[in-house]
Write a protein that binds this ligand. Sequence first.
Ligand SMILES: NC(=O)c1ccc[n+]([C@@H]2O[C@H](COP(=O)([O-])OP(=O)(O)OC[C@H]3O[C@@H](n4cnc5c(N)ncnc54)[C@H](OP(=O)(O)O)[C@@H]3O)[C@@H](O)[C@H]2O)c1
Length: 281
Amino acid sequence: MTTFSPAAQAVFDKTGIPPIGLGTSGRVGDDGAEAVLSAIEAGYRHIDTAQAYGSEAPIGMAIQRSGLQRDEFFLTTKVRDTHYPRPEFLASVERSLEFLGVEQVDLLLLHWPLTSGAVPFESYMEDLQAVKDRGWSRMIGVSNFSIDYLKRAEEFLGKGALTTNQIEIHPYLQNPKMTAYAKAADLTLTAYRPLAEGRVSTDPVLQDIANRHGTSPATVALAFLIAEGRIVIPASTNPQRLRDNLAAQTLELSEEEIRRMRRLDRGERFINPAKAPTWDD
Ligand SMILES: NC(=O)c1ccc[n+]([C@@H]2O[C@H](COP(=O)([O-])OP(=O)(O)OC[C@H]3O[C@@H](n4cnc5c(N)ncnc54)[C@H](OP(=O)(O)O)[C@@H]3O)[C@@H](O)[C@H]2O)c1
């Protein structure tokens, strides 16, 4: 039984989702399965994957090898945007379940809004809802949605239908406009690339706060995001860093430390492909 910090407990109580998930982009093949198994052994109970990562089958293998029961871990996957046309959407989700070796995931996300309009918005929204109605996922949500797209989704699916919007969030990209919208809509944000790809580990402010707590800057960065109400999904293949990252769920920060870290925001975005929507922040 994990003892969470009050902030981590609040995120868990609100969403039912372990506040730290394992990022698995790039965890492919046997090496990928071993890396995920090591993370499970280190205590990770929330795994984030996507059809686009090629890590679903290795995760299925790792789960099987771990001996964990289905109710002992939380699993998220995402539908790749090239799979949105019918009937491929639902067929792709069936394949995901097969790869993962489960009858139901906990959370299924749309990986990107389709800014090209190649598939009507209503079509992939209906299919997202169908995944929940068929019991293939307990909860549904989205990723990389701007406020405009979130409003359209909420209009279509109803208020409160979406559990999360998974977007790029780290100390250097804190998304103030999206944060205000999510707060008003009672929507939890999930932070991907939460360590700014490891860059947080050389930040002097984070290092200073880490020194006070006898921990690492990455742990502090993740604890900060959790204190701001986020779910975080850091990735690492290094056993010590995996443990450091998980330790964020027990680290308590002071109000003054949180205020210092809020000032690190500089709107720095790393993931911005041509298909991205117009970002709010
Ligand atoms: N929805 C989306 O569109 C989307 C987009 C991007 C990512 N994601 C998800 O978010 C996950 C995480 O994102 P990410 O991998 O891009 O970025 P990240 O978690 O911010 O950074 C990972 C990088 O940081 C290093 N690192 C990890 N822990 C560290 C620590 N404690 N100290 C110093 N360095 C550390 C890792 O190297 P080592 O492995 O050597 O430790 C790796 O190079 C992905 O795996 C994926 O699941 C989702």
